[in-house]
Design a protein around this ligand. Structure first.
Ligand code: BMP
Length: 259
């Protein structure tokens, strides 16, 4: 069984500055919690992020669900990222040919390459999607997660598709920093695993989302980061909920370290 490494050791082993920074933040703030910030009003979203900032290592955005997007929102989000020390992950799920994703990543209304530290991509187009994204000049030296598995019922990212995705990650480590997955797929300490579909109790929603607990995800399945949306922002006290997920996620990691 491979030895489980602490966040500081992982940071030292990472050659990519984004993963290095991520593990340093995780070590310093004692958190493996990513907030899935899926509110549609920018003022409410910024308030949520400011309140939960102390407990998280990443804010994951869906920038295209904001009703009132503006440059000012990005400015304020970036200020909060510096204030609370977290990375910004735009969950854009690029999934087209290389030439198209170049424009989707750098251009349009959102100019994602100017502000995101982390992006992600489906591998259904083949390696061209990675080649395209990699060509774009970025502000923060952006790293890319490949969607190797999904949390939703009946999804097709399984078996050979998942294995081919792992291979693509291993072959593109200058830009690919890890996976969206619901299990540990690679023993390489430079590749990070992030898992959505997390609540404090197992269960599902009405549209196919399936929830696992922090201990199932981190201790048993060996993922690195829990991604939590409604479990935090729909709670009566989101800051308190974030604190509970921080503790649950971190305790689950300590349990894996010491088991
Ligand atoms: P929630 O915790 O509210 O179910 O939100 C999960 C978040 O993670 C959503 O933003 C969703 O888009 C994202 N996500 C997911 O749920 N499953 C996946 O397989 C991949 C995702 O990006």
């Amino acid at each position: 069984k491979p030895k489980v490494l602490g966040y500081r050791e992982r940071a030292k082993l990472c050659s990519n500055p984004i993963t290095q920074r991520l593990f340093e933040i995780m070590e310093k703030k004692r958190t493996n919690l990513a907030l899935s910030a899926d509110l549609t009003d920018s003022k409410q979203l910024l308030q949520l992020i400011d309140k939960t900032g102390p407990y998280i290592c990443i804010v994951k955005t869906h920038i295209d669900i904001l009703e009132d997007f503006s440059e000012d929102f990005i400015e304020k989000l970036s200020q909060l990222a510096s204030k609370h020390e977290f990375l910004i992950f735009e969950d854009r799920k690029f999934a087209d040919i290389g030439n198209t994703v170049v424009h989707q990543f750098s251009g349009g209304v959102y100019h994602i390459s100017n502000w995101a530290h982390i992006i992600n991509a489906h591998t259904v187009p083949g390696a061209g999607v990675i080649q395209g994204l990699k060509m774009v000049k970025t502000q923060n030296g952006c790293g890319c997660l490949l969607i190797a598995e999904m949390s939703s019922a009946g999804n097709l990212a399984t078996g050979d598709y998942t294995q081919a995705t792992v291979k693509m990650a291993e072959e593109n480590k200058d830009f690919v920093i890890g996976f969206i997955s619901v299990s540990n797929l690679s023993p390489d300490p430079e590749l990070v695993h992030m898992t959505p579909g997390v609540q404090l109790e197992c269960g599902r929603d009405d549209l196919g989302q399936q929830y696992l607990t922090p201990s199932e995800v981190i201790t048993r399945r060996g993922s690195d980061v829990i991604i939590v949306g409604r479990g935090i922002y729909q709670a009566p006290d989101p800051a308190e909920a974030a604190r509970q997920f921080q503790v649950a996620g971190y305790d689950a990691f300590v349990a894996r370290l010491t088991e």
